[in-house]
Design a protein around this ligand. Structure first.
Ligand code: G3H
Length: 255
């Protein structure tokens, strides 16, 4: 705590709480745009935070992305939260294997000494297949676990960066650009006011499922994500932000 005071992060954390209207903020040193290990520091802060809130037999829904992959990389046994269950928050969003929620969720569970369940659904789903898949009893069972998750941990991306990284069709890319999307989380794209301008059609967690009773933790850093973080928090569905100095300074100064 002494080091925190000296480096001034507690002031920055307080500022961010007010700017973003979020209950709890953790800032780690560095800028993950420039240094890769800063993502791992955010990962460690996330694991430490999970250790303080998770209880035995709880379910944690996890999204994809490199920030979540960094959390999985540094995950440790969650001994105080025995028999925890990790589930992917949503089905595939067009990410490569190492960035998929399924992959990350299995790795987290293994390192945390927990259980996991996966969602085997192809991504970009047609309306017809979507209806068929959610009707499958085996899928329904996992969807229920996801909806009832006690904790959700997710990344936030810059909208265009995410649209490009995923197999986004031309039509949907146009929707994202014409809707002036700024941020992305859970496969939802938000404009500067936090309005949803596009949503990837897949099964799993929907924005409406993020009730106040859940603990919803966003992990996102890097100066380049400041605008995206601000846009995402406009609709205020998450109550914790774990970020880095790069994003935090930009948010506190320029937005
Ligand atoms: O789902 C992906 C996130 O929104 C952002 O991904 O952590 O790789 O930047 P990232």
């Amino acid at each position: 705590d002494f080091i925190k005071e000296v480096s001034g992060f507690s002031v920055l954390e307080q500022q961010l709480k007010e700017i973003l209207h979020v209950d709890h903020v953790i800032v780690v040193p560095g800028n993950s745009d420039e240094l890769d290990w800063v993502k791992q520091e955010m990962g460690k802060a996330s694991v430490n935070y999970l250790k303080t809130i998770l209880k035995a037999n709880q379910t944690i829904a996890v999204t994809g992305g490199t920030s979540m992959a960094a959390v999985a990389e540094v995950m440790l046994p969650l001994d105080q939260a025995s028999n925890c269950m990790f589930v992917p928050a949503r089905g595939g969003l067009g990410e490569r294997m190492e960035n998929q929620a399924n992959t990350i969720c299995a790795e987290m569970a293994k390192k945390a000494n927990g259980q996991y369940r996966l969602l085997h659904v192809p991504d970009p789903l047609s309306e017809e297949s979507y209806q068929m898949i959610i009707g499958e009893p085996s899928v329904g069972e996992i969807l229920e676990l996801i909806r009832d998750a006690h904790v959700v941990i997710h990344g936030i991306g810059d909208a265009l960066t995410m649209a490009q990284r995923r197999k986004t069709s031309l039509d949907n890319t146009k929707k994202i650009i014409n809707g002036h999307a700024v941020s992305e989380a859970f496969g939802y794209y938000f404009d500067k006011d936090g309005k949803v301008v596009h949503k990837v059609r897949t099964v799993g967690l929907q924005l409406e499922d993020l009730h106040q009773s859940k603990c919803v933790i966003a992990v996102a850093g890097g100066e380049s994500k400041a605008k995206a973080i601000y846009s995402y928090f406009k609709q205020g569905k998450s109550n914790v932000l774990i970020t880095d100095e790069g994003a935090a300074n930009k948010l506190a100064r320029d937005i």
